[in-house]
Design a protein around this ligand. Structure first.
Ligand SMILES: Cc1ncc(COP(=O)(O)O)c(C=O)c1O
Length: 491
């Protein structure tokens, strides 16, 4: 990766912190000038501006001490959950608008940031290949998923809702909130992708309204076969929603600077299956995509996109005290959420101007995470102790420890051993990983040769390689992780 890309981040050793300070100063000075220029001749209301505020400084000192016990989410040694190191333009964009605090629920609450939000959505529409459509930012993937199902529920005639057994927990919760009783979870295959035969059996029996496919499931990052689901959609007629909260931005890897698809021969490193699924994203009906996951933005940034703009009318709401400027976008009229930070839209706007979601920008970063995952998979396969649970589709790896007796109990014991050394439960761990727990029904399909006398859950270790730092210096941190695992498991 070039310095041009890397220097958009603070860096694990705060390498770019001086530069960030300089830019922060510029943003703050600019904000001050803007404040001062408003009715320049008005009197100042604070007669003695602060040079010392004992209470604030004391509390700030305590606060800073307290946040040192925060986890090092920015560092490649932290690979437990989907936490990304935010890019410098994200921090600048957020801060610049946090200081004036616009609210994007209505145009009048944030005229500039509403326009920025619509431009971000335009970029996301181009990136996903929807060409036409509507969408908006949301506070996260759960809310985006919920809104999509709400709109679909009221747009189509009644029918069943299907999603796979490894789908995000929000789906069951959403069905409960929307009082959709007619939902079912579909089995997955050994690669954690939705089992199309199982789904088709259900489709034959029941009129189906909505299928939510995973484009990067939470546990293993698995990508359902969108190409096959499109075939089933054609045959049985349903709304195909992609829960691409995690993996949607991976499409940037196969896009040129004009957001056109790069021919497969020019992106050889991407597996055929994933390439075809990334291409097929544009044929889905709606999707959830989270800038606060692979999209480099700090938290509260999700998004929902609809190909058919008419779905938005299903959730139209007006209010007597706002939304007066109807020739302008009033996002809150068509969204589940009310107040939303304009600062978040600004962060997305500045970030995607600097690091656009195509192969010349964000695509490079995501490609490096996928490469780290592939490297770990290869190195784990040569370790005498480790077994890959599955071949990852994106950048999340699951593995367990080889044992002489093929029992769930033996696997779990070794997973606990590793977890006790390498997790948030440990003091000063060398790496922070997570666990993925499979219910017995899934174990039977994923590891059929493992005896499961107690009908117990199976725990495996899980690594989220979303930090692009892991691929640098010839995969230094991936190699260090493998060394650490081998050392801990040496008898
Ligand atoms: C596939 C998927 N969908 C939805 C969500 C929910 O997103 P959020 O936590 O932003 O609400 C997640 C979160 O991890 C996810 O992985």
């Amino acid at each position: 990766m070039t310095n041009n890309i890397l220097n958009n981040f603070i860096g694990p050793k705060a390498e770019n912190i001086k530069y960030l300070k300089k830019l922060l100063d510029e943003v703050i000075d600019d904000h001050a000038a803007w404040r001062k220029s408003f009715y320049e001749d008005d009197p100042a209301l604070i007669k003695t501006p602060a040079i010392y505020n004992r209470n604030l400084e004391n509390e700030l000192k305590k606060f800073m001490k307290r946040i040192h016990s925060n986890l090092p989410f920015h560092h490649p040694r932290y690979a437990a959950q989907m936490l990304k190191d935010p890019a410098i333009p994200t921090i600048l964009g957020y801060l610049a608008l946090m200081m004036s605090n616009p609210n994007n629920h209505a145009y009048e609450g944030g005229p500039v940031t509403t326009e920025m939000e619509m431009e971000v959505i335009d970029t996301l529409l181009k990136m996903t290949g929807y060409k036409k459509g509507w969408g908006h930012l949301a506070s996260g993937g759960s809310l985006a998923n919920m809104e999509a199902l709400w709109a679909a529920r009221d747009f189509y005639p009644e029918g069943s809702v299907f999603f796979s057994e490894v789908s995000h927990y929000s789906w069951k919760r959403i069905c409960s909130i929307l009082r959709i009783k007619n939902f079912e979870e579909i089995q997955v295959d050994a690669r954690f992708r939705i089992d199309l035969n199982h789904l088709e059996k259900k489709l034959k029996k029941k009129r189906t309204m909505f299928v939510a496919a995973n484009f990067g499931s939470t546990g293993t990052g698995s990508v359902d076969s969108i190409t096959d689901l499109l075939y089933l959609k054609e045959k049985y007629g349903f709304h195909l929603h992609l829960d691409a909260a995690y993996g949607g931005f991976a499409r940037s890897v196969i896009l040129d600077k004009s957001f056109n698809i790069i021919p497969k021969k020019n992106v050889k490193e991407i597996d055929n299956y994933i390439y075809e699924q990334l291409k097929a994203i544009e044929k889905s009906d709606s999707l959830t995509i989270d800038p606060h996951k692979l999209g480099l933005i700090s938290y509260g940034a999700g998004a929902v996109l609809y190909k058919n703009e008419k779905l938005k009318d299903m959730i139209l709401n007006t209010a007597p005290y706002t939304y007066h400027k109807l020739d302008k976008p009033n996002i809150g009229m068509f969204s589940l959420e009310g107040s939303r930070p304009g600062a978040m839209a600004a962060a997305c706007y500045l970030t995607y101007k600097v690091i656009p979601p195509h192969s010349g920008g964000l695509g490079k970063i995501i490609f490096s995470s996928i490469s780290s995952s592939k490297k770990f998979y290869q190195l784990a396969a040569t370790s005498p102790y480790l077994l890959n649970l599955n071949q990852p589709d994106l950048d999340i790896n699951c593995f367990y420890v080889h044992t002489d007796e093929s029992t769930v109990k033996a696997v779990n014991t070794n997973t606990e051993l590793l977890y006790n050394h390498l997790s948030v439960e440990t003091k000063n761990p060398e790496f922070i990983l997570s666990k993925f727990v499979l219910p017995p029904s899934l174990v039977k399909r994923i590891l059929p040769d493992y005896t499961n006398a107690q009908n117990a859950n199976l725990s495996v270790m899980r690594i989220v390689f979303m930090k692009h730092w892991s691929s640098l210096r010839n995969f230094y941190y991936v190699r260090e992780l493998i060394k650490t695992l081998n050392r801990l498991l040496q008898k």
